[in-house]
Design a protein around this ligand. Structure first.
Ligand SMILES: [Mn+2]
Length: 424
């Protein structure tokens, strides 16, 4: 963790300027009938989970270029996640990936308490073979033609739930790579039936207060067909399973230019939006930093989420899911968490009454201008003040760089070339 006096020193030099910017924005928002304090409180109460695998350097199918001081295990990863939360106050929980992060629950709990974090959704892994595994997932997992392989995949998901119960998690996220590479290789219907049968066994073992999140993805690793390829299939799964089953939307798992914010609205309307994996994409499942390519789309997604906030039972789970190939993962995750908060704050500024009026009178120009007005507002002083109020850093990246944390951990964590972050 970073010494508190380093954060205090970094904030001291920036606090006068922040106060001036915050007061100016407060006056501006006041003229729009918006209380800056109310927006700041909502931002301060917002959290997005960090994926444990995100703090390791990612890679592509061509190569992985390790960074200095990469985490060796889940305990190092939790240290790094603790720093992200310490500086941003926007990432109070971590999402584990099993078996990568499998350790005794007592050890996970004590480390999480030490770095002031909790555990978000559990993620199962049936897209890779593990060294001691009886049956291969080369031709699929939950939808495999072989019953013993399907059972192995079911049992793994049950083990994820069991560990999750012991560490305070309340959700299991399932993403499978099952699909086919050639026309004719699989029977679409029978393969999906096998998937549903296996998923039902997992759903049956779900504790009463848990959510089952299924994640769709258009392609990769299968390149001709994928079993859970789109939100329609995902919705069918959630409907087939029951009330505790909901859909997870990963922003990178759609065809280019797909209207993701409308998918969000559709799933929300029928109570089946379960959660998000935030990232950004230019071409495919690029897993680029959230808000780095298309911040307006991120804002439009949050516009739908804020619209849905009126329902007190609406609590989708929010998580980052990125691969950091050329940056320090801690810096990328801090900036990305801030970008998610920024989109949330901007969406809170939308004049919903005016928007609704323009929609009802078919004033397309003023309706879209209403959204743009909120999006164009620079909410950085709100985000920074929310961090500072909670003891976080006004400028998280600057505070992190001045702390020397990466050099400190690099001194005790030997460089590794093979292991590390993956793309999920
Ligand atoms: Mn994902």
């Amino acid at each position: 963790m970073i010494k508190p006096d380093i954060i205090t020193a970094a904030n001291e030099s920036a606090s006068a300027k922040l106060k001036a910017d915050y007061d100016a924005l407060g006056e501006h928002l006041d003229r729009r009938g918006i209380s800056i304090a109310a927006i700041k409180d909502k931002v301060a109460g917002y959290g997005v989970a960090v994926p444990s695998w995100g703090v390791g350097t990612g890679g592509t199918r061509f190569a992985r270029f390790p960074g200095a001081g990469e985490p060796r295990d889940i305990f190092d990863k939790l240290d790094d996640c603790g720093v992200i939360q310490q500086l941003t106050k926007a990432t109070p929980s971590v999402s584990l990936h099993i078996p990568w992060d499998a350790q005794p629950a007592a050890d996970l709990n004590s480390k999480a308490a030490e770095v002031a974090l909790t555990f978000d959704a559990m993620n199962s892994n049936t897209f890779q073979d593990q060294p001691d595994q009886a049956h291969s997932y080369k031709f699929g997992s939950l939808s495999h033609t072989d019953a013993a392989t399907r059972q192995q995949a079911v049992d793994h998901n049950l083990a994820c739930i069991a560990l999750g119960e012991d560490i305070g998690s309340k959700a299991l996220t399932i993403w499978v790579g099952d699909g086919s590479n050639f026309p004719g290789q699989t029977n679409f219907t029978r393969q999906f039936e096998r998937y549903l049968d296996a998923a039902r066994q997992v759903y049956a073992a779900l504790p009463g207060d848990w959510t089952l999140l299924t994640e769709h993805k258009m392609y990769e690793p299968a390149f001709y067909s994928t079993v859970v390829q789109d939100w329609g299939t995902n919705l069918l799964i959630a409907q087939q399973m029951g009330d505790k089953a909901k859909c997870l939307v990963d922003l990178g798992h759609h065809a280019p230019n797909v209207n993701i914010e409308m998918i969000v609205a559709r799933l929300t309307q029928f109570g089946k939006l379960g959660g998000f994996h935030f990232n950004d994409s230019k071409y495919g499942d690029d897993d680029l930093d959230t808000g780095s390519i298309d911040p307006y789309r991120l804002f439009l997604v949050f516009n739908e989420l804020v619209e849905a906030e009126a329902d007190p039972d609406f609590h989708p789970m929010h998580m980052l899911d990125q691969s950091h190939n050329v940056t320090d993962p801690i810096e990328s995750l801090m900036v990305s968490a801030t970008e998610v908060q920024r989109a949330y704050a901007q969406a809170l500024l939308v004049d919903r009454q005016a928007l609704s009026g323009f929609q009802d009178t078919n004033d397309a120009l003023m309706a879209t201008t209403t959204l743009k007005h909120a999006f164009r507002t620079d909410v950085e002083p709100i985000l920074a003040m929310a961090r500072a109020d909670q003891g976080g850093a006004i400028d998280p990246v600057a505070a992190y760089r001045s702390s020397g944390y990466r050099a400190q951990v690099a001194a005790v964590r030997p460089a590794v070339s093979g292991a590390g972050g993956g793309i999920v």
